[in-house]
Design a protein around this ligand. Structure first.
Ligand SMILES: Cc1cc2nc3c(=O)[nH]c(=O)nc-3n(C[C@H](O)[C@H](O)[C@H](O)COP(=O)(O)OP(=O)(O)OC[C@H]3O[C@@H](n4cnc5c(N)ncnc54)[C@H](O)[C@@H]3O)c2cc1C
Length: 402
C-alpha cells in the first residue's frame, strides 16, 4: 500500500483525493483543519472561463482544455456515485464587448477555437438584444458567446468529491490541522524525504505528501525549510434576489463584462434554466464568509451572484475588505443589467484567493530537494477551472507516467 497524505480539502485536495482513490493499492488520508470548501473554494463563483479565455496555445490552453473536457464526464460520474445533484449552469458564458475591445483579435480567437473544436459565437448588438434583453447598456457593442463553457457550484462540487472519495475508501480527517511535515535525508544524496505529517492528534505516516492547502501552504512548506510565498488576494461578492428572472428565463448564461460576473442561480421554482440540472442547495450552515447556498427553492424568485472584487494585500501581506469596492462591482453589474437595481441583497461574503508571488499560478510540481512532497497550490483566480487538470498532473508525477 502506498500511503498518501493530502493536506487541504478545498476543490484541489478534494479532486486529487477522488481521482487518486480510483487507483488500486493506495491508502489516502485527506486532512483539513476545518471542513471541506472552507477556504477560497467556498467563496468562489465557479465560473469556468475555458473556451472563452484568451489563452490559445501552450500549457495555459492545454490545462484549460483538459479540465473542461474532464468536467463534462466528472459531473455525471459524481452525481451517479453520490446522489448529490451538482448545480451546473449549461447556458454558457456571455462576454460583453465594448468599443475599446479589439474585434479583429476576437475574430481570430473565434477562428482558433473553431480549429480546436470549440464553438464561440460573435453576437452583434441586435442579436444580443434579442437573446438577452436584460443587457441594456449603450456602451455594449455586442458579445462573444461560449455555449460550451459553464458554471458550477464549487462548494457542492467539493462536497460531492469528498463523498465520492470516501465511498472509494479515502480516510477523511476534518477539523484536524497539520502542524508540520517531518522529513529526513535520503541516504547518499542531497535529497530529503517526508515520512510523516504531524497533527494535533498525532502522526500520520506517509509515502507521499500533497500540499493542497491554499494559503496554508506557506506555513507547511516553511516547516520543510522551503517557504512558498503565497499571498491572499481578497474577493467580495454578493447574492441578489429578484421577483423574477431577468431576460428570457429559459436562457440564463453567466454574463461577464469588465471582470464582473453576473451568475444566475438556477432555481426549480423560478424555472430558470434546464430543470434537470437544477440545484437543490443543500448546505445547512454556511459560514458568514462564504456564499449562502441554502434555501433557494422556497419562493418563486430569481437569484444571482454578483462578483467579485480583486483586492491586493499591503506590504505586510494583510488585506481588509473594502466596502466601496464591493459597491463598485454591484454598480457595474447594474449598469449592464439595470433590472438588478430592483433586487434585494440577501447575502454578501468574502474569500481570499491564494496567489503565488514571483511565479505564475498555479504551482503543481515537486517541492525542490524533496522526493515525495508535491505542491498543488496557488491557483489564484482559476482553481475551480483548473482542478481536474491539477489532479491529472499530480497523478502523473506519483505514478511517473511522463
Ligand atoms: C470571490 C472569489 C471568486 C472566485 N471565483 C472563481 C471562479 O469563478 N472560477 C475559478 O476557477 N476560481 C475562482 N476563484 C478562485 C478559487 O476559489 C481558488 O483558486 C480555489 O478555490 C483554490 O482552491 P484550493 O483548494 O487550492 O484552496 P482552498 O479552497 O483555500 O482550500 C485550502 C484548504 O486547506 C486547508 N488548510 C490550510 N492549512 C491547513 C493545515 N495546516 N492543515 C489542514 N488543513 C489546512 C484550509 O482549511 C482549506 O480548506 C474565486 C475565489 C474567490 C475568493
Amino acid at each position: 500500500m502506498i500511503r498518501i497524505g493530502i493536506i487541504g480539502s478545498g476543490i484541489i485536495g478534494g479532486i486529487i483525493a477522488y481521482e487518486l482513490s480510483k487507483i488500486e493499492g493506495i491508502h489516502i488520508t485527506l486532512i483539513d483543519e476545518k471542513m471541506p470548501a472552507s477556504g477560497s473554494t467556498g467563496a468562489a463563483l465557479g465560473v469556468l472561463m475555458g473556451a472563452i479565455s484568451h489563452k490559445t496555445k501552450g500549457k495555459a490552453w492545454q490545462m484549460r482544455e483538459n479540465s473542461i473536457r474532464r468536467y463534462q464526464k466528472l459531473i455525471p460520474e459524481l452525481e451517479e456515485m453520490t446522489g448529490i445533484p451538482i448545480p451546473v449552469n449549461h447556458d454558457g458564458i456571455l462576454q460583453l464587448l465594448f468599443p475599446e475591445n479589439d474585434l479583429e483579435k476576437l475574430e481570430k480567437l473565434i477562428a482558433i477555437r473553431a480549429n480546436q473544436g470549440w464553438n464561440l459565437e460573435f453576437l452583434s448588438s441586435d442579436i444580443l438584444k434579442d437573446k438577452c434583453p436584460h443587457v441594456e447598456n449603450s456602451d455594449v457593442v455586442g458579445g462573444i458567446y461560449s455555449p460550451e463553457d459553464c458554471q458550477i457550484n464549487p462548494t457542492i462540487l467539493t462536497e460531492a468529491l469528498v463523498k465520492a472519495a470516501s465511498i472509494n475508501g479515502v480516510e477523511c480527517k476534518f477539523g484536524l490541522k497539520v502542524e508540520n511535515l517531518l522529513s529526513m535525508p535520503v541516504p547518499g544524496s542531497e535529497i530529503r524525504r517526508c515520512y510523516s505529517l504531524e497533527t494535533g492528534d498525532g502522526i500520520i505516516e506517509v509515502d507521499w505528501a500533497i500540499v493542497s492547502a491554499g494559503l496554508g501552504s506557506t506555513h507547511l512548506t516553511k516547516s520543510l525549510g522551503k517557504p512558498l510565498d503565497i499571498r491572499p488576494v481578497l474577493g467580495q461578492a454578493l447574492r441578489l434576489k429578484l421577483d423574477k428572472p431577468m431576460g428570457h428565463k429559459e436562457f440564463q448564461p453567466v454574463i461577464t463584462g469588465n471582470d464582473v460576473h453576473i451568475v444566475p442561480l438556477l432555481n426549480s421554482e423560478s424555472g430558470i434554466g434546464n430543470s434537470e440540472l437544477l440545484p437543490k442547495f443543500t448546505k445547512s450552515s454556511p459560514s458568514p464568509e462564504t456564499p449562502n447556498t441554502s434555501d433557494t427553492t422556497e419562493t418563486p424568485s430569481a437569484e444571482y451572484w454578483i462578483g467579485a472584487t480583486v483586492e491586493f494585500p499591503n506590504d505586510a501581506g494583510e488585506v481588509v475588505a473594502d466596502a466601496v469596492l464591493l459597491d463598485k462591482v454591484k454598480q457595474e453589474a447594474m449598469e449592464f443589467c439595470p433590472a438588478l437595481a430592483n433586487g434585494k441583497i440577501i447575502h454578501s461574503w468574502l474569500g481570499k484567493r491564494p496567489r503565488p508571488e514571483g511565479q505564475p499560478a498555479p504551482i503543481i510540481r515537486k517541492l525542490p530537494d524533496y522526493e515525495n512532497v508535491l505542491l498543488a497550490t496557488g491557483h489564484y483566480r482559476n482553481g475551480i477551472l483548473l482542478a481536474p487538470v491539477t489532479a491529472q498532473i499530480i497523478s502523473d508525477i506519483i505514478f511517473d507516467y511522463n
